[in-house]
Design a protein. Sequence first.
Length: 136
Amino acid sequence: MSAAGAAPDAAGAGKPPRARAPRSVKQSLGAIVLGFEMIVMFLGSLVIFGLKAAPAPVALIGGGLLCLIIIVTIPLLRFRWGYWLGWGVQAAIVATGLFVPMMFLVGALFAAVWTYCMVSGDRIERQQAHHREVKD
């Protein structure tokens, strides 16, 4: 038994745990926006269902799939193409306005926040890289 009271893992005996790479500012901001979008899209699919703006399976299954895509996109932001998937999510959210016109506004607002976070995240990361270079 180890000092913590648990038996050590035979496969990982003696090996230090692998350190996880820190998240970038852009990745963190993107994950926050997508998290909020997932909540809003879940509620939006219920609104589409409640207003009977689309058949129940389209509203609920479509909304569920969109929420699932958003959830899957969050960890994929560690890859460059994950941001392109995030842009696709923004387009899909704007497209929900075809069912309930107010969703055009919601989608446009989230797309604006996403754009701001992507631009600001890049700018902050460039500044951090510059400060690291100057410091070294």
